[in-house]
Every structure is written in C-alpha cells, then in structure tokens.
Design a protein around this ligand. Structure first.
Ligand SMILES: [Zn+2]
Length: 201
C-alpha cells in the first residue's frame, strides 16, 4: 500500500510557489506519503526537473501528469509525460488517457473550473472527491458524483504553496511503481483521506 498526493502544482504553473526541490524534499521527509503527482496547468514542463531530483531517492516516486483546462472544466491526466494533442475537449483528453494507459480524473467538480454534473457525460476513470482547495460541501458533492457514476474517488491537495503539499492523500493498494498505481486507480482499490481532519471517503 502507498499513500499519494495526486494533485500538485509546481512553479511551472504560474500560480504556484512549490519548487520541484521543495516537493521532493517534502516526500523525502514525510513519514508516510512518499508518492506525488505533478499536475501543472496545461504543461508538463516541470516534470523533467522534478523527476531528475527525485531519482536519487529510492523510497519516493513522482507520477507524471498535468491538469488540463478544458472548456467544460479541469481534467487531470495521470501517467503522461506528454501533452495531449489539441484541441483539448474532454472527450479527446479522455481518449488520449485511455489510449496511453493514463488515468483521467475530474478535478474538483463542484468548484470554480470544475465540470460539475457534465462529468457524467464522459468515460473518465475517477473523480477527485477530496480536493485540498475545495470546501467540504463541494467535496461531499464530488463524493456523491463518484458514487452515482460508480467510479473511484481520489484525493489531491491541489497545492500551490509548500505548506499545502500532502494535506490530503490517496491510499492506493499498489507498490511503489507508476504502472501499478495507475492500474490500481482504474480498478478502484483506493481511498481518499485528509491528513488534518478526520475526513475519509
Ligand atoms: Zn489544480
């Protein structure tokens, strides 16, 4: 079993102050969360630096990814080091994820830039039911959405500053391996947890 923060912005997103170095150091020093997904806005530029910094630490793992701004709302793609071809419609990005063994996740569906109920129109792999930036009410609605769609619910801090990294996490029944983790996410052997509050989905 591993614990992962599946939604983090680095300084390669123009609204974040989390340097790749700070992210890696957080994982190295954290006593239980050793996996993080780098999901910068519409970019994979932060990945090479982060992956390079992480490579000397055998007990931590970076999942490559990005958060794509579609016209209908934000969509996380986990497992890609490349940007999908444009135009970024939800359908095209979901297809890209499926064809490239990545995982598509509807980010914070009931917050600004969230997809809301429109998510039900797409064959996404998972719903972000616990987003560190969202209100509890918005997260509860996301949890209900995941249940009604029969999809796994995952957690991500959506950190934009170092103190926010790892404030929520997803527990995944998998080893420290990107492919294993992505497969487990698709299979739904996951649960979402808050580090600070006693919220568990
Ligand atoms: Zn985000």
């Amino acid at each position: 079993m591993i614990r992962a923060d599946l939604h983090i912005h680095t300084t390669y997103s123009d609204d974040s102050t989390v340097t790749p170095k700070a992210l890696v150091e957080k994982l190295v020093t954290h006593n239980s969360i050793k996996v993080a997904a780098v999901t910068d806005h519409d970019s994979v530029k932060g990945l090479s630096e982060t992956l390079k910094l992480a490579t000397i630490y055998p007990d931590i793992l970076i999942i490559p990814g990005m958060e794509i701004s579609t016209a209908e709302g934000d969509l996380l793609v986990l497992g890609t080091e490349e940007t999908p071809p444009k135009p970024w419609t939800v359908e095209a990005v979901v297809d890209f994820a499926r064809d490239n063994d990545c995982v598509s996740v509807v980010a914070h569906p009931y917050r600004e830039y969230g997809m809301g109920d429109l998510a039900m129109n797409y064959k996404v792999d998972a719903i972000e039911v616990l987003n560190g930036e969202s209100s509890q009410q918005a997260n509860n609605r996301a949890h209900d959405l995941a249940n009604s769609m029969g999809l796994p619910g995952v957690a991500g801090s959506d950190a934009h500053q170092p103190s926010e990294v790892c404030r929520v996490y997803t527990e995944v029944q998998a080893g420290l391996d990107v492919d294993e983790i992505l497969k487990a996410l698709k299979n739904g052997v996951v649960s979402a947890h808050s580090a600070a509050r006693s919220i568990h989905f």
